[in-house]
Design a protein around this ligand. Structure first.
Ligand code: ZN
Length: 96
């Protein structure tokens, strides 16, 4: 699965992806930020799980999106994570 088009809608706070099977899926920023797989979030997520606490991302305000080769995007969150890589596989697997 690969995206045809990716649009960040900062008003609605969703990242809208049109997939190559023509599905249009709005991914809420909050969900994307909570799904960040950078080293720091992974560590914090593990600690939260051990303490039975919900994981809350540092920021879910989208600053910018950068393409990563042909397999995904890097989302930069304002005052938050800068190295969270979201592969097409991760994104298409997220439950909305
Ligand atoms: Zn992160």
């Amino acid at each position: 699965m690969r995206p045809i088009k990716i649009t960040a809608n900062k008003t609605r706070e969703v990242l809208e992806i049109i997939w190559d099977d023509n599905r249009v899926v709005p991914y809420p920023f909050q969900l994307l930020a909570s799904s960040c797989r950078c080293a720091s979030c992974n560590e914090e997520r593990t600690q939260c799980a051990e303490q039975n606490k919900p994981f809350v991302p540092k920021s879910s305000i989208l600053e910018s999106i950068e393409p990563i080769g042909s397999y995904g995007i890097n989302i930069i969150w304002k005052d938050g994570c800068r190295y969270g890589i979201y592969t097409w596989e991760t994104l298409s697997g997220l439950q909305i």
